[in-house]
Design a protein around this ligand. Structure first.
Ligand code: FRU
Length: 492
């Protein structure tokens, strides 16, 4: 029976040991992608937060690095971001050094216990050796707490048009924006979000970035906003809002103002993609994203012991204008494709119930792309099955009568460690109305990431089978034709 180390994925980032949650402070410099993360070095459950650190040339294979940030007299180190200060706006670099500046939340446990409201402040640290070692700024915190209980997760972006830094900071029901010329003195600019979008819990881990609209030269500002609980399928999840920024105020598109609790602007509809943000200074103008592949509903009790939690696959995000609204699409970074091993392709393949679709040596480590036609008037269910010899199964698919995608992990193996883990199948709306439906299925032992319609609807979920899934079949009651099948094993 699989357990602990057998559950560790091959090409997703996991901590070497102990607990991880949010990705933090990602930046790119001189050929290296840096990933920091919420880390508890002493235990495999959440606790005294540090920033763990890993580096990679391609966002797929990661090298573990020493812990980057330790708690100090101001508190534990909660989530935040880092930027490459190329023009030395902070004045922290000398002799042509490029400072890397991290802004993060100090969480003062004593302050919280004593019942005060101002126990979260924003601290700063910098690196003069390309992210290897970090020096805490001498006059921390750089942003004091004005008396707001949830006041955290600073995400900093360069606003090239105004020559300033912009910080998005989450509070319970809205985001605050601050601006700065030097990453040290921060001035309050505006807020956004009260009464807009989903508010079933606390807003956390924002990201606020300019993105080019595909096929145009137009730039829009995108606010990526994590929320816990209250996500589309319950618990933790990440929504997004698109609009304009004038250097002080974020003005959303008019349809955004009308978004209520149940909208369909989510980075990912599955249960396991939270607190994701983008890389600073990514090469080639790409928008590169990674999330924490878990959910606060059960993150602390998933059935691994020596390590806990996985990152999503790194993804490239794109912004599209579709029928008057802005949609973000996601795809696994193309760097993943250099790990494709034995592949097989088929131009067409007829599937009846029980037909094997993918036969590679290890289905549990594979990437499959396939597409099929969905006749408009036929309300059929296109259902797929992952299974093993002992009968664990995971089903997913597309129910055309509801225009809904789904994942059902209720029989996927170990599920009873938390009542919310498999209470009901997760669903996601189909946003595209193309008659051809495509999906990329990424499997890495204990996770499935589904990119439907070229990443217009995404679902990511984790699972813990008792044995590896070895078969990938059709479970639809009807026969249909899949086209352009490409299935590959993934090898590190
Ligand atoms: C999100 C979060 C952040 C916080 C961090 C603490 O998952 O709650 O808001 O900074 O985790 O570990």
């Amino acid at each position: 029976e699989m357990q602990d180390t057998d559950y560790r994925p091959n090409f997703h980032f996991t901590p070497k040991e102990n607990w991880m949650n949010d990705p933090n402070g990602m930046f790119y410099l001189d050929g290296t992608y840096h990933l920091f993360y919420q880390y508890h070095p002493e235990s495999s459950t959440w606790g005294t937060m540090h920033w763990g650190h890993a580096t990679s040339k391609d966002m797929i294979s990661w090298q573990h690095q020493p812990v980057a940030l330790f708690p100090d007299e101001h508190g534990w180190i909660f989530s935040g971001s880092a930027v490459v200060d190329k023009n030395n706006t902070s004045g922290l670099g000398s002799d042509g050094q490029v400072p890397i500046v991290a802004l993060f939340t100090y969480h003062d446990m004593e302050g919280e216990k004593s019942g005060r409201d101002d126990f979260q402040t924003q601290g700063m640290a910098y690196s003069l050796d390309k992210g290897k070692t970090w020096i805490k700024y001498k006059n921390n915190p750089v942003l004091k707490n004005p008396g707001i209980r949830d006041f955290r997760d600073p995400k900093v972006t360069w606003d090239a048009q105004r020559n300033q830094w912009v910080m998005a900071l989450a509070t319970y029901e809205k985001n605050l924006f601050y601006t700065s010329k030097d990453l040290i003195d921060w001035e309050f600019a505006s807020d956004f979000g009260e009464g807009i979008g989903a508010h079933g819990g606390v807003w956390e881990c924002p990201d606020f970035i300019p993105m080019k609209v595909q096929g145009t030269d137009t730039v829009k500002w995108v606010l990526i906003q994590s929320l816990n609980p209250g996500a589309y399928n319950g618990g933790s999840g990440t929504q997004y809002f698109v609009g304009d920024f004038d250097g002080k105020t974020f003005t959303p598109e008019s349809y955004v103002n009308d978004l209520g609790e149940k909208h369909d602007y989510w980075i990912d509809f599955g249960k396991d993609n939270y607190a994701g943000v983008t890389w600073n200074n990514a090469p080639g103008g790409r928008t590169l994203f990674i999330g924490w592949m878990s959910n606060w509903e059960y993150a602390n009790v998933v059935p691994t012991e020596t390590w806990r939690s996985t990152s999503t696959i790194a993804r490239e995000l794109k912004l599209h204008l579709v029928d008057g609204v802005y949609r973000i699409s996601s795809a696994p970074v193309m760097e993943l494709d250099s790990y494709l091993d034995k592949s097989f392709t088929k131009a067409s393949m007829e599937l009846s119930k029980g037909s094997t679709i993918v036969s590679v040596d290890d289905v549990s480590l594979s990437k499959t792309e396939l597409s099929f036609e969905i006749p408009k008037l036929e309300d059929k269910d296109y259902k797929f099955l992952l299974t093993n010899a002992i009968g664990d199964s995971l089903t997913f698919g597309y129910d055309h009568s509801k225009a809904q995608f789904y994942i059902d992990r209720s029989k996927s193996g170990k599920v009873d460690f938390n009542e919310n883990f498999a209470k009901k199948p997760s669903v996601a709306p189909r946003i595209s109305d193309n008659e051809n439906l495509s999906v990329t299925v990424l499997l890495d032992k204990t996770s499935i990431e589904l990119f439907f319609d070229k990443g217009t609807t995404v679902m990511s979920e984790i699972f813990f089978p008792k044995n590896s899934f070895l078969e990938f079949k059709s479970l639809s009651n009807h026969t249909f034709l899949i086209t352009d099948l490409k299935a590959s094993e993934l090898k590190l």
